[in-house]
Write a new protein. Sequence first.
Length: 371
Amino acid sequence: MRNTKILSILMMFVLVLGLTACGGGAASPDETPPPASSAGQSAPAPAAPAPAEPASGSKNLVVYTALNEDDILAIQKEYKAQTGIEIEYIRLGGGDLAARVQAEMANPKADVMVGGSVDLYDPLGVVGAFDPYTSPNMADIDPMFTDPNGYWNGWYMGVLGIVINTDRFDAELAPKGLERPKTWDDLLDARYKDVFVTSNPATAGGGYIFCANQIFRLGEDAGKEYLKKLDQVVHHYYKGAGDCISPVATGEFIVGMSWVHDIFKTQKQGYPMEIVIPEKTAFEIGGAALVKGGPNPENGKAFIDWLLTKEAGELNRDIANRYSVREDVAAPEGLPTIDEVDLVDYNRAKAGEMKPSVVEWFENEITANRG
């Protein structure tokens, strides 16, 4: 067991480094600096119950996350108010997040991996990056949100959608006879060439889920043929699914694909945007998992438990427009309920199994041929 005094000195050193660096933003997956403490302002959170005493003597928790910056800041603020535990975090895109956790398996620096689809979590569980932990708060939640192997806990849902800049669409594409897209197949129209953007399945969880969406919707051969045809209109592939939204919002591009909750968050800022949720769309289950060998395992378990409370579900809904896995948390105001969304028959186990081969196919057949 580590000496408590030495650990305190080390953590103070990490915090000092964090304050002199850039804060809790994204770090290169090729680097392995110690996590930097982040601070920032966030929207007021719902009233919280009385702070609970940490599960261990430590007041520290290291989180690697794929959540947006303002989302993790709001969670950081609220969790400290309730528990007194300081969250230190590093943000990375889904693919980079999983790669970093796996790269650090011999010397884990994080306690918890949070955010991003559980499609990213299954392979990490298989190779031993996580300690099995099923929160007791999963007892009253649909079993579809629990890993049968115990490696991850699902705490939110997101669905894929289309984002449209209505000003540019009406000025440039409507005069060409195009109606605003309503289905995934509508995007194959050649008139979308170079005004449509999406994300790379090798680096973006949403980008891969989009590829799997088409395979489950159309079958493997037809789904891959769809992706080849779509590539003919794609201007470029962003590293993260959320990266597609701002360029469409500001009119740099006209149409994009991303997570509906992230699109909606930007739309509420007043941009000329329309959100379309196509029929047979894919969905993600956002995960949380206990990193094996992390420095603060008891605090990691307590944090996962907290994410699955009603209060945390409502906070996540209000700051990020995500659907909670809890039935007692209403859908985000202004979005359809999850029961009103036509979801594709998404085989999550198969999606995890086929990801390496699908990504390899995409890189060989699409990325390599883009010139």
